[in-house]
Design a protein. Sequence first.
Length: 111
Amino acid sequence: MNCLFCSIAEGNIPSKKVYEDELVYAFYDIDPQAPVHFLVIPKTHIDSVAAVNEENSSIVAHCFEVISKVTKEMGIDSFRVVSNCGEQAGQSVPHLHFHVLAGRDMTWPPG
Ligand code: AMP
Ligand code: ZN
């Protein structure tokens, strides 16, 4: 499958790495929406939150462990995690990813 984030996780497209282990890859967003903005993705392809199921949900839990660990290591104690799911919600890359945003005041509700 021709998937941008699979290619990034495989190292075939360059990215600015934040964290990596056998299951997860994290890298800075190319178009940051906050002073800190990185993405956490499973290395295996999952389309979106809508495709999370019994078989693959442990990797999603692991993504959140990584978010907790990496933000702590960065000294960030307030941050937002976003996963856009589907076109209307603004998903532009069809490979599950969690945006981690920090370093500025966040509005609620989101636009
Ligand atoms: P979404 O629009 O929620 O699907 O998020 C996709 C994100 O991927 C956007 O914030 C983009 O700026 C980001 N993005 C697209 N291409 C790259 C890339 N090559 N490297 C890093 N981030 C990217
Ligand atoms: Zn993919």
